[in-house]
Design a protein around this ligand. Structure first.
Ligand SMILES: Nc1nc2c(ncn2[C@@H]2O[C@H](COP(=O)(O)OP(=O)(O)O)[C@@H](O)[C@H]2O)c(=O)[nH]1
Ligand SMILES: [Mg+2]
Length: 302
């Protein structure tokens, strides 16, 4: 047998072995498919109804414990709130269909455009992806905001998804969350004011505030704690709304896509008139009022 004949024979042999192996391999895949694939039928269809606003709300799990373990300032820790805002901006950088986010205390709500096709509108995919991006970012950015504080254990967040069929429902949802911010923050500011500046015990402060309406809490703060509630940081009083903007940042000539934290009223009409592209689903237009000294997060091109 010549060298070439031997080579050819051995190649044919290899081809036969390979062929048999590939055949066996594909047979075993085919068997695996037919035998086990039925388990997929246990998966439930969980598509969000078309045309509805999708709201994902995250809430810190046992943050009463987490905030006291990490000695957060009371009633508001500025750095902790900024960390929440940074993590929420990371979600908006990643998921372009989140057109707005609103946060306070240990919670954040993300609003997805009602025509979004993200994950084919599958609830569990959307909710888990947003929650894990937020939770991972909270840990990732921890040191940026708490340079001197070690993260003692992994924080976690629960999540829910709610669908709102009308623009009014969506606005009412956000109004509900912002009204909640006001009620909680006014109470907490008065409660901790009485304890920290007047030296009252928790029980004594609770008794004084029990049954009081907003104006009375404002008065207690003013008279007893020398605090004008209106001078408290807007971030504490109003929470944070994250919006997208298209801006010019000199000296660059190209338009930049940014995310801006605002601490404004979102219950009245003026916010919705100024950011009319949110409800109308229009493209962002160039925002000429932007001042580069405001806080913003730059959205990098993907
Ligand atoms: N000290 C401090 N605590 C905060 C701050 N933000 C949130 N918290 C705590 O987080 C809790 C959040 O409320 P909630 O979700 O009902 O309680 P959870 O079930 O323990 O997470 C509040 O009751 C506070 O104890 C903050 O800025 N400073
Ligand atoms: Mg919580």
């Amino acid at each position: 047998m010549s060298f070439y004949t031997r080579k050819l024979k051995s190649l044919c042999e290899w081809h036969r072995v390979l062929h048999i192996n590939t055949k066996e391999f594909s047979i075993s895949i085919a068997m695996a498919k037919s035998k086990y694939e039925y388990v997929r039928t246990f998966e439930l269809e969980d598509k969000c109804l078309q045309n509805c606003w999708i709201v994902v709300r995250l809430d810190g799990r046992s943050f009463h414990r987490f905030t006291s373990a990490h000695k957060f300032e009371k009633p508001n820790d500025k750095r902790a709130l900024e960390l929440m805002n940074r993590s929420a901006a990371a979600v908006m950088e990643e998921f372009r269909d989140v057109s707005l986010a609103y946060g306070q205390s240990d919670e954040y709500s993300f609003i997805l455009r009602k025509n979004t096709d993200l994950y084919n509108r599958r609830q569990s995919k959307i909710m888990s992806a947003i929650n894990s991006t937020f939770s991972a970012s909270y840990v990732y950015y921890w040191n940026t905001y708490f340079e001197d504080k070690k993260l003692l254990y992994p924080p976690s967040f629960d999540a829910r998804i709610v669908l709102y069929p009308s623009d009014q429902n969506l606005r009412d949802y956000l109004s509900w969350r912002q009204a909640d911010t006001h009620i909680n923050n006014l109470y907490n500011t008065a409660f901790w004011g009485l304890i920290l500046t007047k030296g009252l015990s928790n029980n004594e402060a609770e008794k004084i505030l029990c049954g009081t309406v907003s104006s009375e809490k404002n008065e207690i703060l003013f008279k007893e704690c020398d605090t004008n509630y209106n001078n408290e940081l807007p971030m504490y009083r109003k929470g944070t709304v994250l919006v997208r903007k298209l801006v010019n940042i000199p000296p660059s000539k190209s338009k930049k896509h940014i995310i801006c934290p605002l601490h404004v009223d979102i219950i009245g009409d003026s916010f919705w008139e100024e950011y009319d592209e949110i409800l109308s689903l229009k493209d962002l237009k160039l925002n000429k009022d932007f001042k580069p000294d405001e806080t913003f997060y730059l959205v990098k091109r993907s």
